[in-house]
Design a protein around this ligand. Sequence first.
Ligand code: BG6
Length: 603
Amino acid sequence: MCGFFGIIYSDERREMGEVLFKAGKRLSYRGYDTSGVGVVDGSGNVEIRKDVGKIEEVAEKHRFAELSGKKGIIQLRWATFGVPSVRNAQPHKDCTGEFLGAHNGNIINTPALRMRLESSGHKLMGENDGEVILHVIEDYYKITGDMVQAIVQGTKDLEGDFACIITKRDEDRMFVVKKGSSLFLGKGDGYYCASSDLASILDHTKQILTLSDGEFVEFGTDYFIVRDLDTGEIIEKNLEEIDLDIGTVEKGSFPHFMLKEIYESPQKAHSLIGLMSGNVVYDEGVDLINASPRVFITGAGTSYHSALLGTYYFSRISGKLLNISFASDFREFYAPVLEDDDLLIAVSQSGETKDVKNVCDVFREKTEGKIISVVNNLGSTIALLSDLVLPIASDIEISVPATKTFVNQAILFLNMAVLSAKKKMLNVPTIPFEKIPWILEKSIEISEEYVDKVIQAVDRFNEFYILGYGLTYPAALEGALKVKEVVYVHAEGMYSGEFKHGPLSIVHQDYPVFFVSTIEDKFFVLSHIQEVKTRLGKVITVAPEDPELEEVSDIFIPLPTDNPYLVPISATIFFQLLAYHLGVNRGIDPDFPKNISKTITVD
Ligand code: BG6
């Protein structure tokens, strides 16, 4: 998964390097194995500076700040094709040095293209798939003598989901292509800019053009032209004023985006609850779910866990079974049984996760069924290909470990399960939605109060079991994922009823085991706790106030709600903060954990 940003000004700008660096920092959560910039001055001279490492390191080492130019590109890479190295870093040039470009996504036929290009005399620097784009365009430009046709013809050879930016060094225009990965265009005073991510454009302008797959844009300093990628025909599209606040993507007084975004949960939950009460799309979504004989739901990582919690909500509250799978398993398990009147719910905060997009593709291929997407990024690939988009309205989430978006996804599913039951004239449980922001505030407060005590009890261990039961099982899985992502240790979320069937053998004196429980499920959980206690394990319980649960626990974290549907959401806040503090105590940057990326747009 990578990110790029490009800008073209009406005149030479001394601050070009600074502008590109700032945009790159906004993109840093999308990839950071290598970083690089390419600038072109008013005479068409190209300079590229790129290296292995995070944007801050590379920018300092290669003195981005001294770069000036009339147009420029920055690209940050999360390695897929080609190891992190200078020759695989982006941006790239073609053989002639006429073309400069970068991409995000995956050109899956790169090996075959490289062979074809090299056998026809091209000299490629590395193994990166972004590089082959430049050489393909170089070939077609030689044939057509025209950038538009070179792009229309050349991109037909490129297989896979990607977005890219390319410019001919002596032209006062740039081109961006959207074919399966996110891409936005922004208009400013005397410049246009484009990026794989909204955050890096919002610094400059709120005049945004959201592009659809199969479109490419030519833009100069004071114009843009959208064309169909297949035919080259012009498509009329208008810019729109986006009302996202750039402050959203600032850390403010917080040391990390992750902490800021956890603390934003109450406010974002409040916004979503308000949005859901007045917006017809959620109602339409519930109608589709209630009307469909079979519903499938899928996601990856944290979004899978919120989807799983959603299946518990729908089965418990509305008697509706949602068939769930990991996005990467859907084709293997469910594709053979799909039928035309099936419904798919695709859950993805970024709306760019390739595993989830693959599910949408196979669903489209196999059925006439509709796709509902539950996303945070409304201009995203998955949103644009679905029949109905349900916003989770968390505002941009920068930190790689998902936090506020999980909370809002869970609230969205809870709200829809209740609405589904109401429409089926069922008795619905009392859910104090209006109290949720307060419950989240208190969850944060209580978690911060207890987290040091818990860390003292567990910090010397490098493995954790987090056990849930029923509605809290998804919370246990999500809590374990947070710990894995941010603490770099093995944490396993598990059904507490399963623990005695094998994993219990690991318990020894003081071995920590976390339990998450509702009041309704405590009788089962109490016996599961005893199984650990009798083996001298240390029991840390996260649950609503309850004397019996507190009595048997070595540490008890009292959640500020006993509503069984809200307990999993409240408990997840605790694990988000536990993971955050454990990781920071170990010198880990929680926003950019090693090896992982905010959005994985490759298989
Ligand atoms: C992973 C992220 O790459 O993708 C996780 O590291 C995230 O934090 C998962 O939960 C799914 O992302 P999305 O955008 O599809 O919800």
